[in-house]
Design a protein around this ligand. Structure first.
Ligand code: PLP
Ligand code: COI
Length: 339
């Protein structure tokens, strides 16, 4: 077992021993290769470098009390990557190949899975890139699918604690019929300037309204939004948000707990009516929202009056964490257990 300061890990990159790779050439996927190189050698005219033929995923493996490692919703990540591949004309990575590579890279780096009890996990980062040369704007004929892993701590300092957001209107992260629903690097490039403005103003993160009308809620930085009122979990229906697997899981858990779930456009003004709200994603699970400021309109939507996570958010968070850790029955078949 490697010795790391498990309780003080950041959400950053720490080298591990191995990554796994698979090349797509001549219309088919090759054999899985194990590598200890951290670099890749690609053509300078590769489509990933010029035309953004790049997609990634993010999921986690958890070290559990019973000594086992549990990977959360690997299949859903494989399916979302396939949807991204269709969106930017890359060959789909078959689910079996994706699952075999994820499992293999976690097992190979078993000693880097943070042990139970440190609020840390092994972050798994699959990456698919177009590698062959193109000067005209066309998809590549060759691709590299690579997965690396790195131990991470909480995404936001303090873990499950409330954060402040600010609505940014000067930048859109994605257009209604653009690539927001795919996990491609360009969306994150488009978000960097807005994210910097939010940080410079002292907020945890930027908050996006829909790009067309600037009227409805889209996303909280690189996370989905949910609001809660009257025993109902409400989350945006929008063609430009990433279909978050955490959000999908929380909706299911909310239903299992007897809450109603609504997926519909949420006007900004409705923010003043929520009893609780949160940002959700793999990295943070739930990051409860304390307030959202709309500086241009001089509004501040204070959602948590005492600055603490609300009761429903806490229940949803704890339940999801317990499923991930094998402490609640996995009734929806979300977890892959490694001995
Ligand atoms: N929205 C964006 C833009 C993201 O990058 C992510 C992170 O993957 C999410 C939402 C949350 O998705 P998930 O819960 O699948 O991690
Ligand atoms: C998430 O996992 O919630 C993310 O937003 C991942 C991010 C580091 C791209």
């Amino acid at each position: 077992m490697v010795q790391l300061d498990w309780s003080n890990l950041k959400f950053g990159y720490i080298p591990t021993n191995y990554n796994v790779r698979c090349y797509y050439r001549n219309g088919k996927w090759g054999e899985i290769e194990v590598s200890s190189e951290t670099t890749i050698n690609i053509h300078m005219a590769a489509t990933c470098l010029h035309y953004g033929q790049e997609a990634f995923e993010g999921l986690k493996a958890h070290g559990c009390k019973d000594g086992k490692v549990r990977i959360f919703r690997m299949r859903a990540n494989a399916e979302r990557l396939q949807s991204t591949c269709r969106g930017i004309l890359m060959p789909e990575v078959p689910t079996e190949l994706f699952e075999e590579m994820v499992t293999k890279v976690v097992k190979l780096n078993r000693e880097f899975v943070p042990p139970y009890g440190h609020d840390a996990s092994l972050y798994i980062r699959p990456l698919l890139i177009g590698t062959s040369a193109q000067v005209g704007v066309h998809p590549a004929s060759e691709y590299l699918f690579i997965i690396f892993v790195t131990p991470v701590g909480p995404y936001f300092k303090g873990g499950f604690a409330s954060s402040n957001y600010v609505i940014i209107r000067e930048y859109d992260r994605a257009a209604p019929l653009g690539t927001g629903r795919y996990k491609v690097g360009g969306n994150y490039a488009a978000s960097l300037a807005a994210n910097k403005i939010a940080h410079d103003k002292g907020y945890s993160c930027e908050f996006y309204l829909d790009a067309k009308e600037k009227k409805y809620i889209d996303e909280c930085g690189a996370a989905n939004f949910f609001g809660i009122k009257n025993n109902t979990y409400i989350t945006p229906k929008s063609s430009s948000v990433l279909p978050s697997i955490t959000n999908n899981s929380l909706q299911q858990i909310a239903r299992d707990m007897g809450m109603k779930v609504e997926v519909r456009p949420i006007p900004e003004v409705e923010l003043s009516t929520f009893e609780e709200a949160g940002a959700c994603g793999t990295a943070a699970v739930i990051s409860p929202i304390e307030k959202i400021d709309d500086l241009e309109n001089g509004k501040s939507y204070v959602i948590s009056k005492d600055g603490k996570p609300g009761p429903w958010s806490t229940k949803l968070y704890n339940h999801l964490r317990k499923i991930q850790l094998g402490e609640e029955p996995d009734v929806h078949n979300w977890v892959t257990v490694l001995d």
